[in-house]
Design a binder for this molecule. Structure first.
Ligand SMILES: [Fe+2]
Ligand SMILES: [Fe+2]
Length: 179
C-alpha cells in the first residue's frame, strides 16, 4: 500500500471524493448504454442494466450523504466524468450489447481491486462502518461483473473495449483521489 496517510480525515475525504466520482460515473455509463440500446430490441439486456443502475444509485446516495457529513467536495472534474462516462457507455452499447457488457466487466474488475484496497486501509484506521458498507457494495459490483462476463464475448471489439475501459477507469480513479 503506497498511500501516505497524512491524516485520517484527509484520507476519508479523498476516499469519499473518488468513490462518489466512481459511482456517479457508473450511473452515467449505464445511462449512456440505455440511451444507445433504447432503439434496439434488447429487452433482456436493458432490464439487467436498469437493475445495475439502481444499485449504483444506492451506492451514489451513500457517498453523497458521507460527503455532506464529512464536509468533502466532489471531484473538480465532475463535469468531465458526467459527459465522459455517458459517452463511454453510449459508445460501448452502440457497438452492441456484448461490447456494452465488456465495458461493465472491465469497470467492475478495476472497482473490485479499488474497493479491496480501501477496505484494508479503513479497517486499519478503525473505520469499520464505512468498510462494511463498501464491502457490501463491492459484492454488488462483483455481481455486475458476472453479468457483464456472461455477455461479453471474446471478439476483438470486446477485448479492445475492456482495455480502453480499464485504462480510463484507472486514470479517473487516480485523478479523483487527488482532486
Ligand atoms: Fe457501484
Ligand atoms: Fe457497479
Amino acid at each position: 500500500m503506497h498511500i501516505l496517510i497524512k491524516s485520517k480525515k484527509e484520507y476519508i475525504k479523498s476516499l469519499i471524493r473518488v468513490n462518489h466520482a466512481g459511482e456517479y460515473g457508473a450511473k452515467r455509463i449505464y445511462e449512456g448504454q440505455l440511451k444507445a440500446l433504447s432503439r434496439k430490441s434488447n429487452h433482456d439486456v436493458i432490464s439487467k442494466i436498469q437493475h445495475m443502475k439502481e444499485q449504483e444509485l444506492t451506492h451514489l446516495n451513500y457517498f453523497e450523504d458521507l460527503m455532506i457529513k464529512n464536509g468533502a467536495r466532489p471531484s473538480i472534474f465532475h463535469n468531465i466524468w458526467h459527459i465522459g462516462a455517458f459517452g463511454i457507455g453510449f459508445v460501448s452499447a452502440f457497438l452492441g450489447k456484448n461490447t456494452a457488457m465488456a465495458c461493465t466487466s472491465a469497470v467492475e474488475e478495476v472497482i473490485d481491486e479499488h474497493y479491496q484496497e480501501q477496505i484494508k486501509i479503513l479497517k486499519s484506521i478503525d473505520k469499520n462502518e464505512i468498510a462494511d458498507t463498501i464491502e457490501k457494495f463491492r459484492l454488488e459490483e462483483l455481481e455486475h461483473k458476472k453479468i457483464g462476463d456472461s455477455y461479453s464475448a471474446t471478439g476483438l471489439a470486446q477485448i479492445g473495449m475492456k482495455m480502453v475501459t480499464r485504462f480510463i477507469t484507472k486514470t479517473a480513479i487516480l485523478i479523483s483521489k487527488r482532486v
